[in-house]
Write a protein that binds this ligand. Structure first.
Ligand code: FE2
Ligand code: FE2
Length: 404
């Protein structure tokens, strides 16, 4: 059956452009195009749609209001915002009701994969839990302005790394933190990186983007009271997992992109813990206490307390931020890689292994159980024999301080 998709935008020209751009997909999708929120709701009242893709800034009813209404009336419909650069302030209004967030102008391939992925995820039960949890959060990290500026710059055909470095450099606080980290023993670089342009040129844009995002996310919670969670320990653990995941990706996959994505996924894999601990203090304190007293892994306890885990919460938010699908999937499934739908080794599985080995090689202490290795899924894919080699790779990474 074809996926039914409804597009909403108050500008006729934009709708026509979308129609033209998506014409090749007409055999896969049934598409309709309407010019306002009320018209969209009328259409939805008579015919079910799998996916709604809406503009953000529209008169009468904006995209956030429309998607909130769609969520209330048609909870199974997947909701996607396609918005312009100037709409950042509105984006958070729609966080609780939006599955995915895309920037305009949108690449047709990206739009297609996003809609397809979202349609697949749309009616899964954990996702409903995650959405309602995130909708209740009042301290949500915001995407750093500088990150959006960089994304916009990257769309310009004559962008250069130096120019991107300059944009990063405008956020002085963030740049200082990133440089401090890059020059620390963890990166094990043979020379020091002196400024943002240097950092972008030397380490590559994706690594720097990931560092900026991770530092920014962490710094927003640095001063908040985190129930049952040590901020410093989480940050150290995240860096360790990032270094491990990157080393494993280099060993198992070809291409710098796979290694970069594994690194980003590692840095942000437990960001959902920050969100849960900062927003649901007493609940998270209970998670910590129960895990400590019962010798259980936190994510298992989270499932009982929240109905979902930090993995899904983090993946969901980072999906809204438009991180690559591969990174979002890896984060979402890092505690249950068997559900990632993998038929071969993927980033989610490597992240799972990196996390497991990080807990093994640098144990956190206390009675909280470390996450177990999901050996059945590795066995099913004939990978159980690789674990020892992976352990060696990670141990070697420890020795060099996770050299980039
Ligand atoms: Fe985790
Ligand atoms: Fe972890």
């Amino acid at each position: 059956m074809k996926t039914r998709v409804l597009f909403v935008d108050d500008e006729t020209l934009v709708l026509q452009g979308l129609q033209r751009m998506l014409r090749p997909l007409r055999h896969e999708w049934d598409m309709e195009f309407v010019e306002s929120g009320p018209l969209a709701l009328n259409r939805l009242a008579t015919t079910p749609f799998d996916v709604v893709v809406s503009d953000m800034r529209m008169p009468v009813m904006d995209g956030a209001q429309l998607l909130n209404e769609v969520m209330r009336r048609h909870p199974r419909t997947v909701r996607i915002i396609l918005s312009g650069h100037a709409d950042q302030d509105l984006v958070l209004k729609a966080v609780g009701s939006t599955h995915q967030y895309l920037n305009k102008p949108c690449d047709p391939d990206l739009l297609r994969t996003t809609v397809q992925r979202a349609a697949l995820l749309g009616d899964s039960l954990p996702n409903e839990k995650v959405k309602s949890l995130v909708a209740q959060m009042d301290s949500l990290p915001t995407l750093p302005a500088v990150y959006r500026e960089v994304l916009a710059e990257l769309r310009s055909p004559d962008t250069t790394l130096a120019r991107v470095g300059e944009i990063f450099g405008r956020d002085v606080g963030l740049t200082a933190q990133v440089l401090k980290l890059v020059n620390s023993a963890f990166f094990g670089l043979r020379r020091s990186v002196s400024g943002p342009v240097d950092a972008v040129t030397f380490l590559g844009l994706d690594t720097i983007k990931a560092l900026v995002l991770a530092m920014h996310t962490f710094s927003q919670f640095a001063n908040s009271e985190l129930a049952g969670l040590s901020f410093g320990a989480l940050q150290r653990h995240s860096l360790l997992v990032a270094g491990f995941a990157r080393a494993l990706a280099r060993q198992e996959f070809t291409g710098a992109k796979a290694a970069d994505e594994a690194f980003v996924a590692g840095l942000l894999h437990d960001a959902g813990k920050l969100l849960l601990a900062a927003n649901f203090k007493s609940h998270y304190l209970r998670v910590a206490t129960v895990a400590g007293e019962g010798g259980l892994a936190p994510h298992a306890v989270e499932l009982g307390v929240f109905g979902c885990t930090h993995a899904e919460v983090g993946g969901y938010l980072l999906g809204l931020w438009g991180l690559p699908a591969n990174v979002v999937d890896a984060i979402t499934w890092h505690h249950r890689p068997e559900d990632s739908g993998a038929t071969q080794l993927n980033t989610a599985m490597l992240l799972h292994v990196a996390d497991y080995l990080a807990h093994e090689l640098e144990p956190a202490g206390g009675r909280v159980a470390r996450p177990a290795l999901h050996a059945e899924v590795l066995g099913r894919l004939g990978l159980e024999g690789r674990v020892e080699a992976w352990r060696e790779t990670c141990r070697a990474t420890l020795g060099t301080g996770g050299a980039a």
